[in-house]
Ligand binder design. Structure first.
Ligand SMILES: Cc1cc2nc3c(=O)[nH]c(=O)nc-3n(C[C@H](O)[C@H](O)[C@H](O)COP(=O)(O)OP(=O)(O)OC[C@H]3O[C@@H](n4cnc5c(N)ncnc54)[C@H](O)[C@@H]3O)c2cc1C
Length: 404
């Protein structure tokens, strides 16, 4: 039972066509196979191959570099549909999308020509690396370093944590400290485009010193790998500084924070997608399951749950679209992206839990899809900044906008 979002009618013709295509892809390719890949914790290569054919790795990359050139609003609609199928599938393109955003906004022409065409086809996949074992929310506390060498290049040292697509990616946008004395610390951080061999754990030759330890074992969000990265004397040329050395040295923090704005709209869309799927499952199960002589959907308490879920989804979707449209219009969306990320990820968790309750004991069984959603949804409360951090961002922006 697919429940089309009510906002379908407000799509442009192009959006309607592409969303219909992605929804069909989710219904036919993702949903029937997600349980298998989730239970086996196996990378869904056949699904990824089809995503490449559909051009989904190049949705926002300009046509001149081989992509579709679509805006963030349409990208978020696509992410909602993919996440309705399985959030791990959207995770496979999300860090890639953030990497292409960084290149499009801050990369120099040489870097765009070098990476974007292969990124548009999905041949070259990107990861995004801020977090470290001792640091997630407090980015200014990061410890990984890059020091300049006599030949003009840089040497990277340090450990990164929780890097989604860390193994299979070809390039990693990695934030490291380049000026340990900078005060405040964010002024001494640089984003490097670290190249490696995709799928290889111990890199050698020109990529020696870049190791990807075995994937971290997770509660949910299976199939897509999350890894540590270890840099130990890894050499990176100065031209791999995002934007080039002149424009990019010690500007990495601002670049990454800008990218997190679109990343937050993206996670919000994932929250809407998983919540939408939970509503669909709840609508179906509540009309099938009978207690006290009637379908449980006929009990008012269950109807109230469905009403709360549908209302939260609609509100989350509208917040997400607003944040994306502002960014597309070239305006700052830090406040709105924070609100969308906070509300939609919490709506995702809420709807999944309500759907779980509606399923009674069967919700606890691996035979039912809701069990997977229940393990997947909490990630959205954490990635791209926790709910607590979103509230800090929202509060800070409110005070900036309404300073007396
Ligand atoms: C599956 C998965 C995939 C991920 N993928 C990536 C990725 O691809 N790239 C990447 O860079 N990172 C990734 N992350 C890391 C993620 O972004 C961090 O986990 C997240 O930012 C939180 O950081 P932390 O885990 O260090 O928590 P901490 O920062 O240690 O926070 C712990 C708790 O304290 C709270 N807290 C922290 N500071 C404050 C404060 N000032 N006020 C109030 N409360 C506070 C937090 O909200 C949280 O509840 C991923 C994480 C997971 C689980």
């Amino acid at each position: 039972m697919a429940v089309a979002p009510d906002t379908y009618s407000e799509y442009t013709d192009e959006q309607r066509d592409i969303i219909a295509m992605v929804r069909q892809f989710a219904d036919e390719q993702i949903l029937p196979n997600a349980e298998h890949y989730d239970h086996e914790d196996e990378f869904p290569q056949p699904i990824v191959d089809q995503m490449k054919e559909l051009g989904l790795f190049g949705v926002t990359i300009p046509e001149e570099y081989g992509g579709m050139g679509l805006d963030l609003t349409t990208y978020c609609m696509i992410v909602e549909e993919l996440s309705r199928g399985w959030i791990s599938i959207s995770g496979i393109i999300n860090t890639h999308f953030i990497g292409s955003y960084l290149l499009m906004k801050f990369g120099n022409e040489e870097q765009k020509q070098k990476y974007l065409p292969e990124m548009a086809t999905g041949e070259c996949r990107a990861a995004f690396s801020l977090s470290e074992p001792e640091m997630g929310s407090d980015v200014q506390a990061l410890k990984a370093t890059a020091k300049k060498l006599g030949d003009g290049g840089y040497e990277l040292n340090g450990q990164k944590m929780w890097v989604t697509n860390g193994l299979r990616s070809t390039i990693v946008f990695v934030l490291v400290r380049t000026d340990p004395k900078a005060d405040p610390p964010y002024k001494g951080m640089t984003c490097f485009i670290a190249e490696k061999e995709p799928g290889v754990s111990e890199n050698t030759g020109e990529y020696a010193g870049f190791t990807v330890p075995p994937p971290l074992k997770k509660m949910g969000y299976k199939g897509v790998e999350s890894t540590e990265l270890v840099f130990d004397g890894y050499k990176c040329p100065a031209e791999n500084i995002l934007g080039g050395e002149d424009a990019g040295l010690n500007r990495g923090f601002q670049q990454m924070m800008d990218a997190l704005e679109v990343g937050r709209a993206n996670v919000a869309a994932r929250g809407v997608g998983i919540a939408q799927r939970a509503l669909e499952l709840a609508l179906r199960y509540s009309q099938e399951r009978r207690t006290f002589g009637k379908p449980i959907a006929q009990h008012q308490v269950i109807q109230f749950k469905l009403a709360d879920m549908a209302t939260q989804i609609e509100a989350a979707r509208l917040l997400t679209r607003k944040a994306a449209r502002l960014k597309d219009a070239g305006e700052s969306s830090e406040l709105e992206a924070g609100m969308a990320k906070l509300f939609a990820s919490e709506a995702g968790r809420f709807c999944v839990e309500e759907c779980f309750r509606i399923h009674g004991g069967y919700g606890y069984s691996k035979e039912y899809e809701i069990e997977r959603l229940y393990r997947d949804a909490p990630l959205l409360l954490i990635g791209e900044g926790t709910s607590e951090i979103q509230k800090m961002v929202i509060g800070r922006k409110l005070l900036q906008r309404h300073k007396i």
